[in-house]
Design a binder for this molecule. Structure first.
Ligand code: ARG
Length: 467
């Protein structure tokens, strides 16, 4: 089963020029099989398509191509069943597969590498992998949107304080707040689509860096692998890792969005807010303080953003000084991407679960919205509408009224009409209609606003746009 080299050989693939094998430490620093074995299926798919093309173009015989295909299928099965032994001696996924192919089918295996190089091979494999990752990511993002939209629908009319500077600003609805995240994630999904379209060109056939003298058909291999077209410049194709950087930039932005929501969840369920209750399923207790229920999942989602942004920064630094064309530096592209992918999948699953389980404490939220003079803007707007004050003047009058309420230790709606009239004589009892938090949110019917009827319509629209 093991793809072992004859012990004396310097290297099966380039041994001709070499008298001895690598130093142990060289093998260790050079080998990528520990992580690029994740690309096995992409590598095999690329090789099968390449072999078939070589045969169609008369570059290798049909019999050889058939033997290669059968051997590669068998290797895919061995790998799928955990029966394949990856070895560091064989450095990377390409050589592990090819060496095993040689064991399985003999001489024809040596013809597979005609008109290609590991440089265009890895560029192709990795693009295929990132493409799949983007597709998986889209599904995970959609699931989170679904959970947010369901909660938004349940709480289209649930009033909470809206904040600016984390100070009570104006009442909003919890549903409206959650739909803000649906928009963010919608943009993330659109970024993923853009990245996928740009990524979807096939480097295979660029060979080492300059193209090849064999009469290959790059359109055929590109199409067979689901790419829109072959890459246009061989030097660019073997050295470009923009697609990995874009993936990590996207992953970073998504992580930032998740982190912001995680931070809000932490705030919402802290003692002083108590806006939401986190389910037991997404909290932990304390080993010493029996009263505790901690939002660990939210905190970890917030924290793991660091890893993802670190991965982006790391790869940007790897790439920044690289001359054309391929250099081994780019082998360092995979672990950050694999790591970010794993982290993101975990965080998205945890966040989707948390959002689905969130129990808003609607009375607490409403009371908080009612407590912070959050309808002061409604009062100012009323002064504009009902008695024709310029907004600036209305703002000033309202400020004096808020100060009065503060002095009396009451809400705006609890003030006596006579007291209001002492500040602005044209005031009427009609003003009290706009001072409740319910009236305030209900009045904000402008497109994109927080009125419950708007939020219900936005829920319907979001389902149509995103789910
Ligand atoms: N393992 C290599 C990588 O990930 C594959 C390409 C190696 N090419 C080379 N010329 N050494 O980049």
């Amino acid at each position: 089963m093991t793809s072992k080299l004859p012990p004396s050989a310097a290297n099966q693939l380039w041994g001709g020029r070499f008298a001895s094998g690598p130093a142990a430490i060289m093998e260790q620093i050079n080998a990528s099989i520990g992580f690029d074995q994740k690309l096995a299926m992409q590598d095999i798919a690329g090789s099968k398509v390449h072999a078939a093309m070589l045969a169609r173009q008369g570059i290798i015989s049909t019999a050889d191509a058939e033997a290669i295909t059968a051997g590669l299928d068998r290797i895919a099965e061995e790998i799928a069943h955990g029966q394949f032994t990856f070895t560091t001696e064989l450095e990377d996924i390409h050589m592990n597969v090819e060496a095993r192919l040689a064991v399985l089918i003999g001489e024809p295996a040596g013809r597979l590498h005609t008109a290609r190089s590991r440089n265009d091979q890895i560029a192709t494999d990795f693009r295929l992998w990132v493409r799949d990752a983007l597709d998986r990511l889209d599904g995970d993002l959609k699931a989170l949107q679904g959970a947010l939209i369901d909660q938004a629908e349940r709480h289209a009319g649930t009033v909470m304080p809206g904040f600016t500077h984390l100070q009570s600003a104006q009442p909003v609805t919890f549903g409206h707040h959650l739909l803000a995240y649906v928009e963010m994630i919608g943009r993330d999904r659109s970024r993923a689509r853009d990245a996928r379209a740009r990524l979807n060109e096939c480097p295979l056939g660029s060979a080492a860096l300059a193209g090849t003298s064999f009469p290959i058909d790059r359109d055929a291999t590109a199409t067979a692998l689901g790419f829109a077209r072959p890459t246009a410049n061989s030097l660019d194709a073997v050295s470009d890792r923009d697609f990995a950087l874009e993936y990590l930039a996207l992953a970073s932005i998504i992580s930032v969005h998740l982190s912001r929501l995680a931070e809000e969840i932490v705030i919402w369920c802290c003692d002083r807010f108590r806006f939401v209750r986190l389910s037991d399923a997404y909290s932990t207790g304390s080993s010493i303080m029996p009263q505790k229920k901690n939002p660990d999942a939210a905190e970890l989602v917030r924290a793991k953003t660091g890893r993802v942004i670190g991965a982006l920064t790391g790869l940007l630094v790897v790439m920044k000084g690289l001359p054309l064309a391929y250099t081994k530096d780019t082998q360092e592209d995979k672990e950050p991407v694999f790591g970010a992918d794993e982290t993101l999948a975990l965080c998205l699953a945890a966040m989707t679960g948390m959002v689905g389980d969130l129990q808003p404490e609607t009375e607490v939220m409403r009371a908080a919205a009612d407590a912070g003079y959050a309808t002061a803007t409604d009062l100012a707007d009323w002064l504009v509408r009902a008695i024709g004050l310029p907004f600036r003047q209305a703002h000033h009058v309202t400020g004096r009224i808020v100060k009065l309420a503060e002095q009396q230790g009451c809400r705006l709606g609890d003030l006596a009409l006579a007291d209001l009239q002492a500040i602005e004589p044209r005031m009427t009892a009609g003003v009290f209609d706009v001072l409740t938090v319910e009236a305030s949110v209900a009045s904000r019917t402008s497109f994109g606003g927080t009125a419950p009827e708007r939020v219900r319509a936005a829920v319907v629209a979001a389902r149509e746009r995103f789910l």
